[in-house]
Design a protein around this ligand. Structure first.
Ligand SMILES: [Fe+2]
Length: 182
């Protein structure tokens, strides 16, 4: 079974449960599966690397490989609900309020390995890698197609959300069967 098929099964199972599944409460289960694929995650000294894992139904799952100091712009998710799990390394997350429609830092916290968090539909934030390498898992519902990009003047652009590698890197990868490793 490929990584994408495994994640799809987790999402399908969760959708049958009485509680409506959210990205935040699925992050832990999917992150346990993602451990098997960490050695396939790519890094680039020029820019963090966004890997597609699954676009299915009303869900998106993505993994990002970070090198030290790489950072996102300040961005919002256009009303999409998100969840994040730290698979390895640490990120600094800065969250912003928007008094007068310009960003003002409201909260800053380290997200260490194993950290799980919800990212609400109105969250405005940025992420900064704080370890030599870091890997984070992101889940969105519905899929994140666009993001609002902000600077000190306010929102300056609505930018498509894109991937940096093809799905053959992670989504189509199959886990090594138990016992196959020496
Ligand atoms: Fe984000």
């Amino acid at each position: 079974m490929t990584f994408a098929e495994t994640v799809r099964e987790i999402l399908a199972d969760a959708s049958k449960a009485p509680e409506r599944p959210t990205p935040g409460n699925l992050a832990e289960r999917i992150s346990r599966e993602a451990e098997r694929y960490l050695d396939r995650v790519r890094f680039d000294s020029a820019q963090y690397v966004r890997h597609p894992v699954l676009l299915w139904d009303d869900w998106e799952v993505m993994i990002i490989g970070w090198e030290s100091g790489q950072l996102t712009p300040v961005h919002d998710h256009r009303g999409v609900l998100g969840g994040m799990a730290m698979l390895s390394g640490s990120l600094l997350e800065e969250r912003f309020m928007t008094p007068g429609l310009v960003p003002r830092l409201a909260d800053s916290r380290i997200r260490p390995e194993g950290d799980l968090c919800d990212i609400g539909p109105t969250t405005l934030h940025r992420l900064i890698s704080k370890t030599p390498r870091a890997v984070s898992l992101h889940i969105y519902r519905p899929p994140l197609r666009t993001m609002g990009i902000w600077d000190e003047r306010g929102m300056i652009e609505i930018r498509p959300s894109t991937f940096d590698v093809g799905e053959e890197v992670l989504a189509r990868a199959a886990a090594t069967p138990a016992g196959a490793r020496c």
